[in-house]
Design a protein around this ligand. Structure first.
Ligand code: FAD
Length: 396
């Protein structure tokens, strides 16, 4: 039944990747997006080799790489002293050398929108689904004013506060993690040459961390600064932030950090949410993907990467079987891996934000020793994440 109709609710990275993979298998695909335009908020995104293999299999890797930036390594540094604790050089890792890209979200979304259009996917902006109605022959997404979009399968790719999630099982509200993130970009030519290394750098300190990397071939520097807070009382989850407060939060850090933050003129503040792994991802003709089923802290830079892997696996499972067995196979292939990544991202919060001299020495001392004397131990510890290939060899 290769011509089955598939409705994707949500036109973010998860929804568009799934739509593209499904269209390549010959399905008739429509994407419904509540926003008036298909666009992404926020700035940069890191895509590890596991996500880039899917981009390669979809034929998008060269464009993603040319619109983004290829770092030489990922490193951890102490926020106050500036000492390097750990450095994973991508040139030493076959999989990562070929594929690790940092890209502006807007650029990735533009590429995905162009690709799904070329593949014949029908895009419907300004359509907000509030209800799912299912019967034995079909399923429909319904808007507030009663407009119905009918299909054989419906995919909930509608993010953290997913409406489709509440159909699949009782609504599971995401939880505030006690962390907020400032996000900002700075033009690379506004800072002294060499201030920011051409790699993903995680500056760590008690209760805080800050990540820097380049975007757009090195023209732009992306900054994500995270601080523990228990006082998020705002209605929204994203607010304009005050650059002066961002600078104050990191005022006692290394001059490379404070000099960079002195150039920030605009910033947004995000409350960070996640959720315990959902036990059920599918119901009848409906399945969840991306943040709709596994929102996670961004401390492993893998939320979008998991959404991209989901999209590929779901399309592959439906190409084999468009019935409930196909959806069940998708869930069984993805639940364990995404739960593991959710847990690892959460554990990184404790690791990066370790307090007190003893706690910090116990955390970073062994890492620094392994970095000096046995760097392969650290590389090996990341293989489960980056070497995973959902494309079965069709990607890089
Ligand atoms: P979303 O991006 O939320 O998309 C959902 C879409 O559905 C939206 O377009 C929305 O408008 C639409 N929608 C919602 N409800 C409805 C409805 N009822 N009807 C129709 N449409 C609807 N991930 C990485 O892999 N690497 C990183 O480096 C990284 N860095 C991050 C840094 C920060 C600070 C944060 C907060 C996250 C980061 N992530 C990263 C995570 C990543 O951004 C998310 O996991 C990813 O964007 C989720 O994509 P999604 O398509 O599932 O959800």
């Amino acid at each position: 039944m290769a011509q089955a109709r598939i409705l994707v609710v949500g036109g973010g990275i998860a929804g568009l990747t799934a739509a593209l993979a499904l269209a390549r298998h010959g399905f008739s695909v429509s994407v419904l997006e509540r926003a008036a335009q298909f666009r992404e908020v926020g700035a940069g995104l890191q895509l590890g080799a596991n996500a880039m293999r899917v981009m390669a299999a979809l034929g998008l890797a060269p464009d993603v790489a040319s619109r983004g930036f290829r770092p030489d390594a990922a490193e951890i540094r102490l926020g106050d002293l500036g000492h390097q604790v750990f450095c994973l050089r991508f040139a030493q890792n076959a999989a990562l050398r070929t594929a690790y890209v940092q890209i502006h979200r807007a650029d990735l979304l533009d590429l995905l929108v162009a690709a799904v259009r070329d593949a014949g996917v029908a895009l419907h902006p300004a359509v907000r689904i509030v209800k799912i109605v299912e019967n034995t022959d079909s399923v429909a997404g319904v808007t507030e004013d009663g407009q119905r979009f009918e299909a054989d399968i419906l995919i909930g790719a509608d993010g953290l506060r997913s409406a489709v999630q509440g159909y699949v099982l009782a609504p599971q509200p995401p939880r505030f993690t006690g962390q907020v993130a400032w996000r900002a970009t700075v033009a690379a030519d506004a800072v002294p040459a060499g201030l920011v290394a051409p790699r993903g750098t995680i500056w760590v300190g008690p209760g805080r961390h800050l990540v820097t990397y380049f975007l757009r071939g090195g023209q732009l520097i992306n900054i994500v600064a995270v601080e523990e807070r228990d006082d998020w009382r705002e209605e929204g989850w994203m607010l304009p932030g005050d650059p002066a407060l961002l600078r104050a939060a990191f005022a006692d850090w290394h001059p490379r950090v404070t000099t960079l933050l002195s150039k920030v003129s605009e910033t947004y503040l995000w409350a960070l949410y996640d959720r315990a792994p959902l036990p059920v991802w599918t119901k009848g003709r409906v399945a969840l993907i991306g943040d709709a089923c596994h929102p996670m802290l961004p401390f492993l830079a893998q939320g979008a990467a998991m959404a991209i892997e989901d999209g590929w696996v779901l399309a592959d499972c439906l190409a084999r079987d468009t019935g409930t067995a196909g959806l069940a196979r998708y869930a069984s292939l993805r639940q364990g891996r995404t739960a593991r990544v959710q847990g690892a991202a959460r554990r990184n919060a404790g690791r990066f934000h370790r307090r007190g001299p003893v706690g910090r020495t116990l955390e970073f001392g062994p890492m620094a020793l392994a970095n000096l004397f046995a760097p392969w131990v650290l590389r090996r510890s990341m293989r489960w994440l980056y070497d995973h290939d959902v494309t079965g060899g069709s990607g890089v």
